[in-house]
Design a protein around this ligand. Structure first.
Ligand SMILES: N[C@@H](CCC(=O)N[C@@H](CS)C(=O)NCC(=O)O)C(=O)O
Length: 244
């Protein structure tokens, strides 16, 4: 499949773009993985924000340059790539509907709350981070359970070796990996066999891991993300662990 020059511009973070990087790489598509540095005061971003030819019509990242087209919004980019890379044509109507549902759900109900939790104390000054972490984990676990049932009903994971890697597969894998990084041992996959297989047995797994390893970065652009995650995990382990 022929493509014009492709450039994906996002911060040097995983959040809204890592699954797109993984998808393009899994398709064997050469693209420019442009990363705006997470420098002091987001100076590099501030310097480019007013240039809509780079920051897009909404002045937010990610944006995808596909030849002369500039496409903003992660979900719009996801849909565009699903079409442009032949993913839509490779799936029947039911599978395409399921694909859309997985992408919408994983992005809105999993990836987004993960990012909000990481930023919580900076976004909502005075928030009780420990309580919020527990509430967030509970909500995300319920969303994982809902997804688990749907994936099983659809046989989504059972057929993952029979179809090309999809955008939804990349987003699911990336979201589970982010959740594991954020929640550590507080998040169990053992009683979620569909998600566990999607994560450990996915045919794209080696590619997803190598994309991450080739340019390691934090999940969000939050300054001090490592410490914030440690604090969240400590809260989830409970007072005994926090005191020791
Ligand atoms: N709805 C957009 C949101 C994009 C967005 O908020 N991007 C953030 C980074 S995660 C951004 O560009 N922030 C810079 C700013 O708002 O100045 C999407 O899902 O792609």
């Amino acid at each position: 499949m022929h493509h014009p020059p492709i450039r994906l511009r996002y911060f040097d973070a995983r959040a809204r773009a890592q699954f797109l990087r993984a998808y393009l790489t899994a398709q064997g598509i050469v693209f420019d993985d442009e990363r705006v540095p997470l420098d002091e005061g987001f100076a590099s971003w501030v310097a480019m924000r007013d240039d809509r030819a780079r920051s897009g019509p909404l002045q937010r990242l990610p944006v995808l340059h596909y030849g002369d087209d500039l496409i903003p919004e992660a979900l719009v980019i996801a849909g565009f790539l699903h079409e442009a890379c032949g993913g839509r044509a490779a799936l029947d109507a039911d599978r395409n509907r399921q694909h859309e549902i997985i992408v919408s759900m994983a992005y809105t109900d999993l990836a987004f709350p993960i990012a909000i939790l990481i930023w919580a104390d900076l976004m909502f000054p005075g928030i009780d981070v420990d309580a919020y972490a527990k509430t967030s984990l509970g909500r995300i676990e319920r969303n994982f359970d809902a997804l688990e049932h749907a994936l099983a009903d659809w046989g989504w994971v059972a057929t993952q070796h029979e179809r090309p890697v999809t955008v939804a597969d990349c987003l699911l894998w990336e979201t589970v990996d982010q959740a594991r990084t954020l929640f550590g041992s507080a998040l169990e996959l053992d009683d979620r066999p569909e998600l566990a297989r999607c994560y450990t047995e996915h045919p794209g797994r080696a590619t997803f891991e190598s994309v991450l390893a080739s340019r390691p970065c934090q999940i969000t652009g939050r300054p001090g993300e490592g410490e914030a995650i440690e604090r969240i995990q400590s809260a989830l382990r409970g007072p005994a662990a926090a005191d020791s």
